[in-house]
Design a protein around this ligand. Structure first.
Ligand code: ZN
Length: 661
């Protein structure tokens, strides 16, 4: 009894953490301690301050004390933080604790990456080979081609032209995907004739394309003789009306901004514009705009000159999802922006960098690498770097000057017109296409309230799929050429809702939800297709009824049939023609029976997702048709054999005739 009391007193005298050690740290529990406690201990032990941008609550660190290196705070922090994918970076006297950042690495990492890339090629031919591998992979990882397929061909909505001193400004809204618009402004020289084009994707500088410095740069280049186009970031400016602000912080921003750039390029180089000299097509932008420049040059070879500003680095891909939301840096087994940009060689390229951000490494790392690649093509003088060691991350006067000088040189612009003081800076609203409150949004435009949910959880793939179905529904109904717009809109909604319900049911009930087993009619094991069809056939009947009742109320029977034929790609007609060929003396009664069966097949098939399933439904009804023949005095097998023999004979004849020639 006495002994126990003494032991209790002794324990109370021990400092808290030592008590924990003594009581609970051992091999069996992996010497685990709460991360927060370990970090506090490191602070006092090494006399440092930690700033938390991470969450330590509930995190247990195994082998905690064994990770501490008495001789090195940095090694200690790395060892303690790495199990949680956290890192520490020294800023001043404080260590900032941050989560792992996949687009941001260290300059040392960049050096190793560039050194590695340099081992992959040694001349123009081997670099071209690498580029041929990279380019399609960048496209695939970005997902751009899928979007390009969904793009609508539309004329832009153009505002009145505002005439300024030596240039003019016109706003535009260009529809890219159905219901989605990109808005921007075209700054054009006052002088008539053909001018070079410069696309100017934006970065994240305050106020985007409405920013005073941005307007000054656009207008000055226009005064010097180039048609300059800038446009909103996805989820910035007027795009907020359509997708809301959170949309910008999604991976969709990455691919949408690329799509917007390419769509604007297509329009500006189309026959609709008489003022563009396509042989001089430039692209330039700062910060996040520079990331877009790199990407656009890789996606489209119509650009003839490029200038990324305060952006390019081998160790930073751009920290916004609009720059690194899609994993394009994984192309070719691992790449970085300088290599993607190097594919632009040997065309004129300017890289602007400064000493106050991640581009500080450009003169010693990224630029020499670009020079090597350009040298492969005998074009070392076509790549240049303006480095401003005393400057920070902005698009200030010296950076603008570098861009003016570059485009003046490569596009033969008139430098005597370089005078920023002559530019009229317009109020934000003047640059809007859709009015101060979005009151001019077209009727088909998506609105942020409708699509906000897609962006909350990064469900933009669903949005694309929905847009695809919407487009399909609209095309099918448009083929009916209904004269009443409201009727057309209602029919489109009915079809769209049905297509979506079929897709959603299919996705929510994969074939794996049906157990493996046998088909009781045949005794064969159920195939994947069988199981898929069982799952899909369980879709509630009201989905089908809603569509059919709605269409029948709205349309004539022939029009309803035309819609159903769209779902089933004209299989009723196609199959009937087959029967007519096989049974040349098909009677009216038989034709009616076949049509009855095929129409039934069609109406059932529309509730299935894939063409394979739709074909399988038609097979069931084709079997019924053939049984009908057999039960009514015909021999289907004979008829079919005769038909095949006849076709083969014809083919033989044709071949013989060919041989004779
Ligand atoms: Zn962004």
């Amino acid at each position: 009894m006495k002994r126990f009391q003494w032991a209790a007193v002794w324990l109370l005298l021990l400092p808290g953490s030592a008590m924990v050690h003594a009581q609970s740290l051992n091999y069996e529990n992996q010497f685990a301690r709460p991360l927060g406690e370990v970090l506090r201990q490191i602070e006092s032990r090494f006399g440092i301050r930690l700033k938390y941008e991470i969450d330590t609550i509930g995190k247990m660190l195994p082998y905690a004390d064994f990770r501490i290196r008495p001789y090195s705070v940095e090694e200690t922090l790395t060892n303690v933080l790495s199990p949680f994918d956290y890192k520490a970076t020294l800023s001043g006297k404080t260590y900032k604790l941050k989560p792992y950042e996949y687009p941001r690495r260290t300059v040392a990492d960049g050096q190793k990456m560039i050194a590695y890339l340099r081992t992959l090629y040694h001349d123009g031919a081997s670099f071209r080979k690498r580029a041929e591998e990279l380019r399609p992979q960048v496209r695939r990882l970005l997902g751009i081609d899928e979007l390009l397929q969904k793009r609508v061909e539309a004329k832009p909505i153009l505002s009145k032209i505002r005439k300024m001193e030596g240039y003019s400004v016109q706003n535009f809204a260009l529809q890219t995907l159905p219901g989605l618009y990109v808005c921007g402004s075209i700054y054009a020289p006052s002088k008539k004739g053909k001018h070079p084009l410069i696309l100017c994707p934006n970065g994240h500088f305050a106020d985007g394309r409405y920013n005073k410095e941005q307007q000054i740069r656009m207008a000055t280049l226009a005064r010097m003789g180039a048609v300059c186009v800038d446009y909103d970031l996805f989820g910035w400016g007027e795009s907020i009306l359509q997708v809301g602000e959170p949309a910008h912080r999604t991976s969709m921003a990455h691919v949408m901004q690329a799509l917007n750039g390419l769509s604007i390029l297509d329009y500006m180089l189309s026959a609709a514009r008489k003022d563009i000299d396509a042989t001089r097509t430039g692209v330039h932008g700062g910060s996040g705009g520079g990331s877009q420049v790199v990407l656009l040059t890789a996606l489209d070879d119509r650009f003839t000159a490029a200038a990324p500003v305060v952006s390019l680095a081998s160790h930073f891909d751009g920290g916004c999802p609009c720059e690194s939301g899609m994993p394009i840096q994984l192309a070719g087994g691992g790449t970085c922006n300088p290599e993607i940009l190097a594919m632009f060689a040997p065309k004129p390229l300017l890289v602007v960098s400064d000493g106050g951000d991640w581009t500080a490494s450009v003169p010693t790392l990224e630029f020499p690498y670009l020079q090597t690649i350009y040298d492969y093509f005998g074009a070392k003088n076509q790549v240049s770097n303006v480095h401003l060691p005393g400057e920070r991350h902005d698009f200030g006067p010296n950076k603008r000057q570098a861009v003016y000088d570059f485009f003046a040189r490569v596009f033969a612009l008139d430098k005597s017109k370089l005078d920023e003081a002559k530019v009229t800076v317009e109020p934000r609203e003047a640059l809007f296409s859709f009015g101060a409150k979005g009151e001019l949004l077209p009727s088909n435009a998506l609105k942020a309230e409708q699509v906000a949910a897609y962006f909350e959880k990064g469900r933009f793939r669903d949005m694309l799929s929905d847009i695809g179905l919407q487009k399909k529904a609209a095309e099918w109904v448009a083929s009916l050429q209904l004269s009443q717009k409201d009727k057309e809109a209602y029919a489109t909604t009915l079809v769209y809702n049905h297509l979506r319900a079929v897709r959603d049911w299919h996705n929510a009930h994969p074939y794996t939800t049906i157990p493996e087993g046998i088909n009781p009619a045949t005794g064969n094991a159920l195939s994947k297709l069988d199981r898929e069809m069982i799952a899909d056939s369980a879709m509630p009947k009201e989905v089908h009824e809603k569509l059919m009742n709605g269409l029948r109320k709205l349309l004539t029977e022939a029009q309803v049939e035309a819609i159903l034929d769209k779902y089933t790609v004209g299989k009723v007609d196609f199959t009937l023609r087959g029967y007519q060929a096989i049974v040349p003396d098909l009677t009216e009664k038989e034709t009616a029976e076949i049509l009855k069966n095929l129409r039934q097949a069609r109406e059932i098939a529309i509730d299935y997702k894939s063409m394979k399933q739709i074909s399988a439904i038609f097979e069931i009804y084709k079997t019924k048709c053939e049984q009908y023949f057999n039960n009514n005095g015909r021999n289907w097998r004979q008829l079919f054999k005769a038909y095949v023999d006849k076709r083969n004979a014809e083919k033989r004849k044709a071949k013989e005739a060919q041989n004779k020639k």
